[in-house]
Every structure is written in structure tokens, then in C-alpha cells.
Design a protein around this ligand. Structure first.
Ligand code: PLP
Length: 384
């Protein structure tokens, strides 16, 4: 649904989970629907629209409604049991022999899956720097390329891809464009409005925001045959999110706008201050004017540049690992998007073949006092 057709702002609708009031109790918080099966009508139909717990569930639909509204997704949204389950469902909806062009810098586990499992399924994958439009245009094969997969800002270098320009290239070749918008969030970027066909979120991250749910989501521009195949894959493979997790995700999303605004503000502040730090060789953050993708980010991101940044430490890999070991307030852990700030040495996680430099620390900015966050990092950097 386009934002001009909404009765209230997205922020208001999200805070109230679309204003849902339980029709029986008048509760302002919807109940969690746990039933796995539903009564048939006397004429054998299912007039409620619910049949069985694997394909669908009312708690899931409520959270999907909020996400579809946020992404302005005409086809609606689908929740999955993880970000990986959501992403892989898109690739599994392709046919053997189909060609995919994907961002070289992307979430490492998905890159690994594409290089191993997807290839075993008969898909051909080419990885390119999707911030280089000529490289994308060269890689796309008209008639053969069926999907362009872009992550922006991309993990962990925060490369920015021009979604509208890549959508044009993909569509001209007869391919769809899917965007992993996990680190942008629907608050900062709406890929479907920029021409993408599908947007994906690891809802485990900032959508939920509290590091207590593993979840994934897709939102679609058009309810076409490809979108129906993705929904069928979720149903057949049992990849739907559980109702308790959907409830927690819904609760997390109610504060999405407040959290993302605070996180993006702190991330920019940290990026600016760390750029002048004697122990930091480079800061990677699209909000900085010196970032190569800054101009595109300023055009396609609204209300901030997100909560993720990376720093390259002057002393190299050993100093980076030592800095991560010395922080006290930042938590040394994987993942991102939660209210608590996390630091991680990515190269040691991603292993051989990673485009991530060894001196890089990935920072996920939470909602703590930014003065505390800076002081903790400053002390750890100086002591390393
Ligand atoms: N996409 C991005 C950008 C991610 O950061 C992650 C996880 O870190 C995923 C996808 C996968 O999500 P999940 O861990 O929920 O499967």
C-alpha cells in the first residue's frame, strides 16, 4: 500500500501494530494464535481463511501486515524462520540453468550457500561489485539472467548499490531484482519504490531489534507467479516463522522508528569521531561524505544512513582483535541491529575468500549513551 493511501503515518501505524484491537476482549495487544488446525465449515469450506499451521497463521499475518505496509508491498509480505530461509526461498523459486548476478560483498553465509548449494541445484551465479553499474550490465545476460541479488548497504564494507539503476539493468534483461535491505531497514530505504521486485530482511536484526528472535521476511512488489512459487516453497518446506517468534517480532517492530533514528544518529556521530582517531586508519560508513557510495546513499536512504559501520585499525589484524578483546560496554558478538552495541572481527568469521580486510572491526550501534560507546572504543583502541 503506497504511503499516500495510509490513514496515519507509518510510524504511528507501526507503533500500534496497525491499530489492531482484539474483537472479543478489546485488548490492544493481539493474542498469540498457537492452533495448528482449524474447524471446517459444514459445507466443507474454510471460510476463516485458515486451514493448517504450516502454511499460515493469524499472528504471522499480523506481523506481515506491518512489514507490507512499511515496504509499500502490493503483493504483501511473507515471514520465514530465518533470514537465510527467506533468502534461499527466492533462489529456490528459480529453475535449474537460470543465471544469477549477485553482490560480491554480501552476508557471507548467503554467499557460501550460493557458491555451494545453489550451484548444486543447477543455478549459475556470478558475483560482481554491484556498486559498479558497468560491471552489473556486463554480467547480466539477457534472457538467461533471471535474478539480480543486491545487498545494500552491504556487509561488512557498507558498499552502496544504486537500486533504481540496477533495477533498470535487470528489467531490461528480463531479470528480477531482489534486495537484501536488512541493514537499511524499511525506515531508511524502500527498495520496491526504487524498482526492486522483492525486498528481503533478516528480521533477526533491526526489525526485531532485541536479539531474541531469529526470523526472516520477504516483501513483494507484484503478486505474480514467481511470488506465488515463493509462498508455496515456504508452505511445502515448512519454513514459516513460529507464532511466538512472530509475536515477539511484532512487539519489537512497534519501536522500530524510535530505535533506528537513535541508532543512525549515534552511528554517524561515532563515524565522524572515529575518522579523526589516531588509531583508526579508515572508517566505512555511508553517512560520511568521503564514503564512495555517499551520494547514492543520500539519494536512496531517508532519515539516516543506518546503524552499521566498520573501522580499520592502524595496527592491523592483531590490533583489531586486541581492540575487540578490550571493550567493556560494547559486546564482542556476532549479529547486528539490536539495542545493545556489538563489535566483531569479521575476517576471522568469514574465512578464506572474504572481501573483508583483516584489520576490520564491524560495529553494530545500539541505543546506549553515545558518549559511553565512544569512550569505551577510544580506551580499547588506545590500549591495543
Ligand atoms: N542478510 C544479512 C545482511 C545478515 O546480516 C544476515 C545475518 O546476519 C542474514 C541475511 C541472515 O539472517 P539470519 O541469521 O536470520 O538467517
Amino acid at each position: 500500500m503506497s504511503s499516500s493511501r495510509l490513514p496515519w503515518s507509518k510510524r504511528s501505524l507501526t507503533a500500534q501494530a496497525m491499530g489492531h484491537v482484539d474483537p472479543i476482549t478489546k485488548a490492544v495487544v493481539p493474542p498469540i494464535h498457537v492452533a495448528t488446525t482449524y474447524i471446517r465449515d459444514e459445507d466443507n469450506a474454510y471460510s476463516s481463511g485458515y486451514v493448517y499451521g504450516r502454511p499460515d497463521n493469524a499472528t504471522i499475518r499480523e506481523a506481515e501486515g506491518v512489514l507490507a505496509m512499511l515496504e509499500e508491498a502490493e503483493a504483501g509480505a511473507l515471514l520465514f524462520s530465518s533470514g537465510m530461509a527467506a533468502a534461499t526461498a527466492v533462489f529456490q523459486a528459480l529453475n535449474p540453468g537460470d543465471h544469477i548476478v549477485a553482490s560480491k560483498v554480501m552476508y557471507w553465509a548467503l554467499r557460501n550457500w550460493l557458491m555451494t548449494e545453489a550451484v548444486r541445484w543447477g543455478l549459475a551465479v556470478d558475483f560482481v561489485e554491484t556498486d559498479d553499474l558497468d560491471a552489473v550490465a556486463k554480467a547480466v545476460v539477457p534472457g538467461r539472467t533471471k535474478l539480480v541479488w543486491v545487498e545494500t548497504p552491504s556487509n561488512p564494507l557498507w558498499t552502496i548499490t544504486d537500486i533504481a539503476a540496477v533495477a533498470e539493468i535487470a528489467h531490461a534483461a528480463g531479470a528480477r531484482l531482489a534486495v537484501d535491505s536488512t541493514t537499511a531497514s524499511p525506515v531508511h530505504t524502500r527498495p520496491l519504490n526504487l524498482g526492486a521486485d522483492i525486498v528481503m530482511h533478516a528480521a533477526t536484526k533491526v526489525l526485531n531489534g532485541h536479539s531474541d528472535v531469529v526470523a526472516g521476511a520477504l516483501a513483494g512488489a507484484t503478486a505474480d507467479e514467481f511470488w506465488a512459487r515463493i509462498a508455496s516453497i515456504r508452505k511445502m518446506q515448512g519454513a514459516i516463522l513460529g507464532p511466538f517468534e512472530a509475536y515477539l517480532l511484532m512487539r519489537g517492530m512497534r519501536t522500530l522508528h524510535v530505535r533506528t533514528a537513535a541508532q543512525a544518529k549515534s552511528a554517524l556521530d561515532l563515524a565522524q569521531r572515529l575518522s579523526a582517531h589516531s588509531k583508526v586508519a579508515r572508517v566505512l560508513y555511508p553517512g560520511l561524505p568521503q564514503h564512495p557510495g555517499h551520494d547514492i546513499a543520500a539519494r536512496q536512504m531517508e532519515g539516516g544512513f543506518g546503524y552499521m559501520l566498520s573501522i580499520q585499525v592502524t595496527g592491523g589484524e592483531a590490533a583489531a582483535i586486541s581492540t575487540a578483546a578490550k571493550v567493556r560496554l560494547w559486546k564482542r558478538a556476532t549479529s547486528l541491529g539490536g539495542v545493545e552495541s556489538l563489535v566483531e572481527h569479521r575476517a576471522s568469521i568469514e574465512g578464506p575468500g572474504t572481501p573483508c580486510p583483516p584489520d576490520l572491526l564491524r560495529l553494530s550501534t545500539g541505543i546506549e549513551d553515545v558518549e559511553d560507546l565512544y569512550r569505551d572504543l577510544d580506551e580499547a583502541l588506545r590500549a591495543s
